[in-house]
Design a protein around this ligand. Structure first.
Ligand SMILES: CC(C)(COP(=O)(O)OP(=O)(O)OC[C@H]1O[C@@H](n2cnc3c(N)ncnc32)[C@H](O)[C@@H]1OP(=O)(O)O)[C@@H](O)C(=O)NCCC(=O)NCCSC(=O)/C=C/c1ccc(O)c(O)c1
Ligand SMILES: O=C(O)CCC(=O)C(=O)O
Ligand SMILES: [Fe+2]
Length: 358
């Protein structure tokens, strides 16, 4: 068993200092072998998952992309985006090697000493586009989430080469590059159902003009039932492409109050619709609430690529959605305002999208 420290940090301010400011993250806390979860991470009852609400017999669709030209594949993608907002894809064309390398690189980054990771805290980072942190929005949160992350906003290959951490940048760039084809295919298929038949330069900027990739680390937690890995939220992206390891723990909102597990499938990618696509499709495609449970016995990683509009794009329902007299359910919003609104508060389920509702 890991040794307990001589001077245990129990005070809330000490915890915040150790975890957030000193760059130890929750990984640092976890490795101290704490016997119980510090108060700062205890979530209110309503934010903890109740096991009676988990539907083990339900699952999100799994779509085989090997014959992606087959209209049936396109149909299942659009159906899944309309009804579930979440699906897994297999035989998607991203090499297993690229997936394995980026998972290894995630472990390499989080395995660095705190002193090295600390260089990427917001206040020290060489670039605004690189940020190592913990929880989601610690200043706005009453209870912290049991997660550390490295967030990389992609501007250009040169900027990434110059400022992303060297232990992971090549693998992350390779993964981003090799996932481009499948991202474009998914968006093309999804747009066709909305009568958007061509992704021209303008649409490309709206749909996939910027990308952010997060490396998430969820260390072993002493009282996983009292906290969360990630609280209930929907993503603010157009689409999210998520790579998870073999541990599991991601849950998607089902009917009523139920939650459905997204089981790890080797070589698969989890795809979900984000708020930007819900807004642009005037609600036809759904960005579904999801959450991650903390784990009492295993460290978990995940690597989402958030495919987003360019920050200065104004997003709103596509004109193509409104030609038949359908009323706009969302107003026009500057995408960076939407993102600021999202980051300015704790995770709060589907409330973020209210910001854009008419
Ligand atoms: C986001 C904005 C608009 C904010 O700009 P600006 O107001 O100048 O200030 P900033 O200093 O970058 O950040 C402001 C706050 O946002 C939060 N924030 C910014 N980036 C991140 C990040 N990557 N992860 C977590 N929080 C962040 C922090 O709370 C910041 O507050 P503070 O730490 O300074 O107190 C700007 O960075 C921008 O235009 N970015 C480009 C667009 C963009 O990044 N879009 C993201 C789309 S999707 C996306 O990034 C999703 C992330 C995510 C993370 C964790 C989850 O659990 C989750 O579900 C989702
Ligand atoms: O770790 C996961 O499986 C999901 C993480 C997530 O929802 C996010 O980073 O937005
Ligand atoms: Fe998410």
């Amino acid at each position: 068993m890991a040794p307990t420290i001589a001077t245990p940090i129990t005070d809330s301010a000490d915890i915040a200092n150790f975890v957030i400011s000193k760059g130890n993250g929750v990984k640092g806390l976890s490795e101290m072998g704490l016997e119980c979860l510090p108060q700062r991470f205890i979530q209110p009852l309503e934010e903890r998952i109740s096991f009676s609400n988990i539907m083990p017999q339900e699952s999100i669709p799994i779509i085989d992309m090997s014959n992606w030209n087959d209209p049936k594949v396109a149909e299942s993608i659009c159906d899944a985006a309309e009804t579930w907002g979440f699906f897994q894809i297999i035989n998607h064309g991203v090499s297993i090697e690229a997936l394995e390398n980026v998972k290894d690189a995630t472990h390499l980054f989080f395995g660095l000493p705190a002193e090295d990771k600390k260089k990427f805290l917001k206040e020290n980072s060489p670039s605004r586009n690189v940020r190592f942190g913990t929880s989601f929005s610690p200043k706005a949160e009453k209870a912290l989430e049991w997660k550390d992350y490295l967030s990389l906003f992609y501007v250009s290959e040169d900027e990434a080469s110059a400022s992303w951490p060297s232990v992971c940048k090549d693998q992350v760039l390779e993964y981003m590059k090799s996932s481009e084809v499948v991202i474009k295919r998914l968006l093309e298929v999804l747009m066709k159902r909305l009568n958007v038949n061509e992704i021209d330069e303008m649409k490309e900027s709206l749909l996939m003009g910027s990308k952010r990739i997060n490396l998430n680390y969820y260390p072993i937690c002493p009282n996983p039932e009292l906290t969360v890995g990630v609280g209930r939220h929907s993503d603010v992206s157009t689409l999210t492409i998520l790579l998870q390891d073999e541990i599991g723990g991601l849950y998607v909102r089902g009917k009523n109050d139920s939650w459905i597990h997204v089981p790890p499938i080797s070589g698969s990618l989890v795809i979900n619709v984000g708020d930007a696509l819900q807004i642009m499709s005037n609600g036809r495609y759904k960005s579904i609430e999801h959450r991650v449970l903390a784990n009492g016995s295993q460290n978990r990683i995940s690597v989402p690529i958030f495919v987003n509009p360019k920050p200065y794009e104004i997003i709103g329902p596509f004109p193509e959605m409104l030609t038949g007299g359908e009323k706009a359910a969302y107003r026009q919003v500057l995408y960076s305002d939407y993102v600021k609104h999202f980051f300015g508060k704790a995770h709060d389920g589907k409330n973020t999208v209210e910001f854009a509702k008419i």
